[in-house]
Each structure stands twice: as C-alpha cells, then as structure tokens.
Design a protein around this ligand. Structure first.
Ligand SMILES: [Zn+2]
Length: 437
C-alpha cells in the first residue's frame, strides 16, 4: 500500500468496519504507522469521524434503503459517531457491538490500571529496570490475524505491542525506572484477555573465581542413590548459606568454567564461575561486603562484580579456550633415576595423548576416545619413590589417567616413559593459562 492516499486509507477503514466491529484502539492500530505521537484510539476515532464526514459529503441527504443499510452496519460496528448520526437521520437507536478483537477491553483507563498494579509490585522488588510482556489468548491472536488478512495493510501494530508500549510508558513515568529490552531486573507479564499480571523476577548474576582448599568438595550437593549426601560440603551450598539471606533469594545456583575432580583441590589462580541468585528481593549488595563474607575456610570465592545473563555461557566457554595447570603428587612403584625425569619432561612436550573414557566414570559417560595435548610437564622428586609433577595441558585431559595409564586406555602415559608403574595420590588444579601458540 505504499503511496496510498487518504482516500485509500478511508476505503480500507470502511471495508474493515463493514465486516468487523472494532473499537477505536483496534481500528487505529491497523494504521499505527500513520501519524506520529498519536494513541491508536485517537487514530481510530479520527478515521471513524472522517468516514462519517465523507458519508455526508457523498450522499447529501441520505435517502435510499441502501444508505440506511450501510449506515446501520457502520453504527453497529463502529459505534460513535455513527450511532449518533443514525439516530439523527432515522430516529432509531442502534447498539454498537463489542470489538471483535479485544472484546471492548482496551482503553486508556485499562492501561492506567495495569500500570498501577505493576508499579505496586515493582516497588516491593528493588528493581531498577523492567520489561512488560504480554501473553495473548489464542482467540484474540486468531481474530487479530483474521482482520489483518482482510486489509493486508503494512501500517499496523500488534495488540501485544500496543499493550506493552502503553503500559510500559506509564510504568516508566510513575516509577522513574528504565525499561530494558535485553536485561530487565523484572519482567511483568500481562495476560490478555484475562488481565492477570504475573511478575518474573530475573536472577542477579555475579562473576568471580573460586578456590577449593580442601578435598572432597563437590560443585553441587552430591546425593547418592540411597538419598544420602556423599560429601559434607559443596560450593553451591557454601554460597547458598552465605548469599541466600543477603539477597532474600529463593536459591543460589553456580555455573563454573568446567570442574575438577571432587578429591582435587582448586588452588592458585582459582576457577572462574558465575553465581546465579534466583528470585532475589534485594538486588544490590556492595561487592566488598560480599567478598568479606565469601573469603572463608576451605572454600573461598572472590567476586569481581555483577554480571549479565550471557556471562553464564561465556564462563563455560573459558574452559575450552584456556590451558590448564595441574599439580599432582605421584607414588612410583619402583626406583627412577633423575635421567628418567628429564626424559619425562622432554617426552611430554606438546605431546598428543589419546584417552578412552576413564574406567572410573564409564558408568556415567559414553565410552569414546579423545585426543588432548600435554603442553609441558615439570617433575621433581620428593623422595625415593615420590614425585611431584606440574602438568600443563589442554582442557579436558584426564590427568590421573595420564599418570597411571588406566589399564592402557590412556596412551602414552607416565609409565611409558618412566618404565615403572605410577599412582596419583593428590591432584590440585593450579589454574588457567593462555594456550601457547
Ligand atoms: Zn478493540
């Protein structure tokens, strides 16, 4: 309809009103892109008024039955000002029908009322940004589409959008809060036509690093098949105990850049994580205050700042991009000379290792072979049959298996070079480093 004239617009409006009863809002919305800074109701009412004026122009004195029929349909479907015109011309009252699309619900006072209900909720929630969402009933959706199909207009706005825009504008002006389309603190969802409002409190995200200075600490509570907790402490429980009350939240979740074995410590630089505070009633706590609380015994978390939802994905990708550094204490099954340690270091320099899924996790994971690179190994003897090794490797390498070969499922491995069996005793993750070129 590009290049259409006002006459074309009026023809379209008359065509649609000949078939469907439409309120000012729902008629105006079909032409929403014409005329800026107008409410759809103003637009719709103006079109109806112009149509009535055109009618008088056209027919001078309405006389014939045809005019009467057309006018009575318009009065029924458009309401004012046609009902008034009809009464004047024919001395008869015509009752306007309910709007086909919105059922007569849309009005400025409805928008006001919805805004005031949402504002009341927002005030309780410590939110600084919000977004209005609309969930549309199937029937309203179908009817809106049906009307649009008749006109094939490209000036229209959807009913969803009108409600979002009108209510959002009011909420922003009452509360002084900013709408945010990408990362709102609170999403208020209006159901239409039931008009119920539900409030979706978005999580608060914090990013930081954690250290695990003790062993047998899992990420999340590890419940056995018998329903018993296998380890006394998890990082999630630690954070839950410290943060849930502070944020008045429902629960705390964690998203980390990979994970170490339960019996491995996480020391050195720490492992990146994002903490998700679910349904918080309080959203801002000073970072320094958080860190004082979280800097504790066997688990310690350093919060760097508030984060965005997408950081959950970002932190999980960190693990693939970075090289990992492990410290492992190894018990040897025979004596080994210093020359062998040197050979070990020389051999595991940018060496690709093939690993079938370790026996210890075969029950949980598919048996596949994968290849990971060991960038470097540094080893020192601590006793006659004890050595400590730093393993600098690609993320995803099973370090314990690198040490004991896992019955040949990992190859090559330490015994390949050392010539004696080896057993990993203690594993620590020291941190993440940039991958060497
Ligand atoms: Zn309507």
């Amino acid at each position: 309809m590009s290049g259409s004239t006002l006459e074309d617009i009026l023809d379209s409006a008359e065509r649609v009103l000949a078939k469907y009863p439409l309120c000012d809002h729902c008629l105006g919305r079909l032409f929403a892109r014409l005329g800026r800074e107008l409410g759809n109701d103003e637009r719709g009412r103006a079109l109806k008024t112009l149509l009535a004026m055109r009618f008088t122009l056209r027919g001078n004195e309405p006389a014939g039955e045809r005019d009467r029929e057309v006018l009575s349909t318009l009065a029924r479907n458009a309401g004012e000002p046609f009902t008034r015109l009809y009464l004047k011309l024919y001395g008869q009252r015509v009752d306007a029908e309910k709007c086909y699309v919105c059922g007569g619900l849309l009005s400025r006072s409805l928008f006001d009322e919805l805004a005031s209900r949402i504002t009341g909720e927002l005030k309780k929630l410590d939110a600084s940004t919000f977004l209005i969402g609309v969930r549309l009933g199937e029937e309203v959706f179908e009817r809106e589409l049906e009307v649009l199909k008749l006109l094939g207009l490209n000036y229209s706005e959807s009913i969803k959008n009108e409600i979002k825009r009108e209510v959002g504008k009011r909420v922003a002006s009452i509360t002084g809060l900013q709408p945010s389309f990408t990362n709102p603190d609170v999403l208020a969802i209006v159901e239409f036509p039931s008009l119920s409002v539900s409030i979706d409190i978005k999580p608060v995200y914090l990013k930081g690093l954690y250290l695990k200075l003790g062993r047998n600490i899992s990420h999340t509570p590890w419940i056995t098949r018998e329903g018993v907790k296998k380890y006394p402490l998890s990082i999630q429980e630690f954070l839950d105990a410290k943060l849930r009350g502070l944020f008045q939240a429902e629960k705390i979740l964690i998203h980390a850049a990979g994970r170490e074995d339960v019996d491995a410590r996480m020391v050195g630089t720490g492992r990146p994580l994002v903490v998700e505070v679910v349904r918080p009633l309080k959203r801002r706590v000073e970072i320094g205050e958080l860190n004082k609380l979280l800097h504790a015994g066997v688990v310690s978390v350093m919060i760097e700042g508030y984060a965005a939802p997408r950081d959950v994905r970002v932190v999980k990708e960190v693990v693939g991009r970075k090289a990992k550094v492990y410290k492992i204490l190894v018990l040897l099954e025979g004596d080994v000379g210093d020359d062998r340690l040197e050979q070990l270091e020389n051999f595991f320099r940018n060496r690709v290792v093939t690993q079938r899924t370790p026996t210890r996790i075969l029950r949980r994971k598919k048996d596949v072979a994968r290849r990971r690179k060991v960038y470097a190994v540094k080893a020192v003897k601590l006793g006659r049959r004890m050595l400590e090794a730093l393993v600098y490797c690609e993320s995803g390498l099973y370090v314990k298996e690198l040490v004991h070969c896992d019955g040949g499922r990992t190859s090559p491995c330490f015994p390949t070079v050392l010539g004696v069996g080896a057993r990993p005793l203690e594993l620590d993750v020291l941190g993440f480093a940039e991958k060497p070129e």
